[in-house]
Structure formats: structure tokens, C-alpha cells
Design a protein around this ligand. Structure first.
Ligand code: HEC
Ligand code: HEC
Length: 353
């Protein structure tokens, strides 16, 4: 993956940006309206220790959400998902028991032939609805943060929408644990589930051919990023190289080659360009916000209410600067390209498949 410090912003725009920049440098960090405080740029801070018992506060950003030391992995998450979640959400994550062929062009070729054959003969199995959202649906992901989903799965519940007063509580089923701390099974060997129970102490993983329960946050994060990574614009690894090309041409001058917020002109900016390796910040940020921010840039009077509703108050106060040198890319990059960039900068906080 090569990235260049090449700026291909159209000239009129560039001079505009320079003017804005100069204004910012003169005024320094003008603090109008929203707070400009930001927790340390350099990443995750201390990892809070897990404490036994009880679901922690539902407010996203409270330190009870454990951010893993290592990058969560969607690939490992696939195994975790298949062992724990596919039973209810389906192998293809579509919330349908069987595959919707029109949606899943990415099935292995031999399987596609079988399914098409069945369809022709009118023997296609009935498609039964399962549970939860279609994880391939971008609209679903638009309103959620990874941190919020982590809370739902790890501890069993989360508010339906972050910014809304008195949001409805979504409850998620988790396994009932027996006295030996293992999932309780009925007479037929079926695991018992109950809404509102978390998976933190129950999620099963495979290691060295053995199944066991680790009781830590990592497999939960892995499974979250697996389902999360299904609803992206960029469908394959090769397309990510297109993302980094767009990024290299437009963003790296400020945000840096590896998106740490340390590009060649970053030092002259206040606030500094965002560090996309800040796992905590990204775990608390919705796609709705990132897309809006890339489109509209860093000088705005107020955040539109629909975007605001998807944000926790903590994320709003910690990660949003109202006056920054962040340019608006609407009109310069296509909608598709801006979505690709959302996926790109997101992928700095987890390993995609
Ligand atoms: C016993 C069935 C069952 C199992 C097992 C299960 N889920 Fe779910 N899941 C549901 C149901 C039901 C919903 C819908 C909840 C609602 O909308 O009220 C759901 C919703 C979700 C949502 C979306 C919440 C939202 O609205 O944004 C996520 C994410 C999710 N599940 C992830 C997982 C993961 C990860 C696992 C495995 C660790 C898992 N689920 C295992 C039944 C299950
Ligand atoms: C002229 C420098 C500059 C360029 C070029 C630039 N940015 Fe930014 N960007 C910033 C600054 C400064 C911020 C403000 C950081 C803050 O609010 O703390 C920012 C913030 C952001 C944010 C908000 C992150 C958050 O969670 O608050 C996103 C997303 C973003 N930039 C994406 C991009 C993308 C994608 C590109 C390329 C298409 C780009 N930026 C190009 C300077 C720049």
C-alpha cells in the first residue's frame, strides 16, 4: 500500500482552504459553541479493569466499555459468530434463514449453481425470517456505534438511539448460565437464552481445536466487528486499495499516511487533524457522523438534529470541534467516494477480512 503526499484538491478550493487555515492560525483555536476539549490524541489510555457483576452504565464513553489493547479482528469474529450467533442471525447475516440470492452474489461459485438449480426446479427452500437486523444493511449501521453494540452484546441492553431523551431500551438475548458458569441446557441439549443477558461471560471460542469460554471482552469485540464489517461500501480487500488512493490524494496531507492525524501540515493546525487510530473515539462515533463530517467539513453552526440523535452526549463533547481546518468534500468527492472513506478510516480500528 503506497501513499503519497500529493494534494489534488482543485485550486479555487485550495485557496479557500488556505484562507480558512490562515484565519484559524490567526485566531488560534476559537472556541465557539461546542467544546473543543479532546481527550489525549495518543490513543487508548489505560484500559479499565473488568469488575464482576452487573451491567455498567449505558452511557457510551463511560469507562465501563473496555477497549481492547489489540485490534479487534473481523476474521476471528467470523468464527466467534458462527459458534455463538449464527443460530439466531443466520449464516449469511441477512436475518433470513436462507440466502437471498439477489443479495449474495459473493457465494462460492459451486454453491451458486446449486441454489440456482433449486430455484429453477421450484425446490428453493422457504425463506424464514430469523432475528434482528439484516447485518448487510447500511442503514442499520448508520445509527449505531461499535461501542453501543459492544454494550448490547456484552451486557444485554442498550438505548435504541443515543442522543434521544428517554430512548427505548433494546434488549438482546444471552445464554442463561448455570452454577458452573456454563450455558444452561434444557433436556434436549438446547442452550437457554433470555433477553437482557450478556455474552461477556458466556461467549465460546475455539482455540487449538478446543471450545472454551474466556470471559473477556476480546471475542465480543471480534464478533461485533464481524457483523459490523458486513455493511460496508467497500466489499473486498482489493477495493480498499482504491480507498487509500483517494485518501492519499486528499486526506493524508493533514491526517497522515497511516491516519494518525500527523500529516505534513498537521502541526500548523489547531485543533489537530483527527487521529483515526483512536479506537475509543471511533468506537463512540456513528457512520452518520463521519459521513456528515467528511461531506460538510469543520466549520458549521450546528450539527443537524438527525446526526446529533445518533451521538452520545459524551462523544459530542469529546470528539466534535466546531471550528477546524477540516475541508468540506461534498462536491469534490462523490457520495460513493465519501462512503468509501468512512469505511477506510474506520478500518484503522479493526482488522477487516
Ligand atoms: C437466541 C437468539 C440470538 C442469539 C444467539 C444472538 N442474537 Fe443478536 N439478536 C437477537 C434478536 C432477537 C435481536 C433483535 C433485538 C431487538 O431488536 O429488539 C438481535 C439483535 C442483534 C443486534 C442488533 C441490535 C441493533 O438493533 O442494532 C446485534 C448487533 C446482534 N444481535 C449481535 C449478536 C451477536 C454478536 C451474537 C453472538 C455473540 C448474537 N447477536 C446472538 C437474537 C439473538
Ligand atoms: C486541511 C487539513 C485537512 C484535510 C485535507 C482533511 N482533514 Fe479531516 N480533519 C482535519 C481537522 C483539523 C479535523 C478536526 C479534528 C477535530 O475536530 O478534532 C478533521 C476531522 C475529520 C473528521 C472528523 C473525525 C471525528 O470523529 O471527529 C473526519 C471523519 C475527517 N476529518 C476525514 C477526512 C477525510 C476522509 C479527508 C480526505 C477526504 C480529510 N479529512 C481531509 C483536517 C483535514
Amino acid at each position: 500500500m503506497t501513499m503519497r503526499f500529493k494534494l489534488t484538491i482543485p485550486l479555487p478550493f485550495l485557496s479557500l482552504a488556505t484562507a480558512a487555515l490562515a484565519a484559524l492560525i490567526v485566531v488560534g483555536c476559537s472556541n465557539k459553541g461546542l467544546t473543543t476539549k479532546r481527550s489525549a490524541q495518543n490513543g487508548l489510555g489505560d484500559l479499565p479493569k473488568a469488575e464482576g457483576g452487573g451491567a455498567p452504565s449505558l452511557e457510551i464513553g463511560s469507562d465501563s466499555v473496555f477497549y481492547p489493547n489489540n485490534m479487534p479482528s473481523a476474521l476471528k469474529g467470523r468464527q466467534v459468530y458462527n459458534a455463538n450467533c449464527a443460530l439466531c442471525h443466520g449464516t449469511y447475516l441477512t436475518a433470513q434463514e436462507h440466502l437471498d440470492l439477489s443479495k449474495e452474489a459473493n457465494l462460492p461459485a459451486d454453491q451458486q449453481v446449486v441454489w440456482k438449480g433449486l430455484e429453477k426446479e421450484g425446490r428453493m427452500p422457504e425463506i424464514k425470517p430469523l432475528n434482528g437486523p439484516d447485518f448487510n444493511d447500511r442503514d442499520w449501521r448508520f445509527q449505531r456505534t461499535p461501542g453501543q453494540l459492544f454494550q448490547l452484546i456484552a451486557y444485554g441492553s442498550m438505548p435504541e438511539m443515543l442522543g434521544v431523551a428517554n430512548p427505548k431500551l433494546i434488549k438482546h438475548p444471552g445464554p442463561v448460565l448455570g452454577p458452573d458458569k456454563h450455558p444452561l441446557k434444557d433436556a434436549n441439549g438446547k442452550v437457554q437464552y433470555k433477553p437482557g443477558l450478556g455474552w461477556m461471560d458466556a461467549i465460546q471460542i475455539q482455540r487449538g481445536g478446543l471450545e472454551f469460554i474466556s470471559g473477556d471482552a476480546v471475542p465480543v469485540w471480534d464478533s461485533i466487528f464481524y457483523v459490523w464489517s458486513r455493511a460496508i461500501t467497500v466489499k473486498s480487500v482489493s477495493n480498499f486499495s482504491d480507498v487509500w488512493k483517494i485518501y492519499g490524494e486528499n486526506c493524508s496531507v493533514c491526517h497522515g499516511d497511516i491516519a494518525k492525524g500527523n500529516g505534513p501540515i498537521s502541526k500548523q493546525l489547531n485543533p489537530l487533524p483527527f487521529n483515526f487510530q483512536n479506537r475509543k473515539a471511533l468506537a463512540e462515533t456513528t457512520d452518520a457522523f463521519l459521513f456528515w463530517r467528511i461531506s460538510e467539513g469543520g466549520q458549521f453552526r450546528r450539527i443537524p438534529q438527525p446526526i446529533k440523535d445518533t451521538m452520545s452526549s459524551q462523544a459530542l463533547s469529546l470528539y466534535v470541534h466546531q471550528w477546524s481546518a477540516m475541508p468540506a468534500w461534498r462536491g469534490l468527492l462523490t457520495e460513493e467516494q465519501r462512503w468509501m472513506l468512512v469505511d477506510g478510516v474506520r478500518s484503522k480500528t479493526y482488522e477487516h477480512e
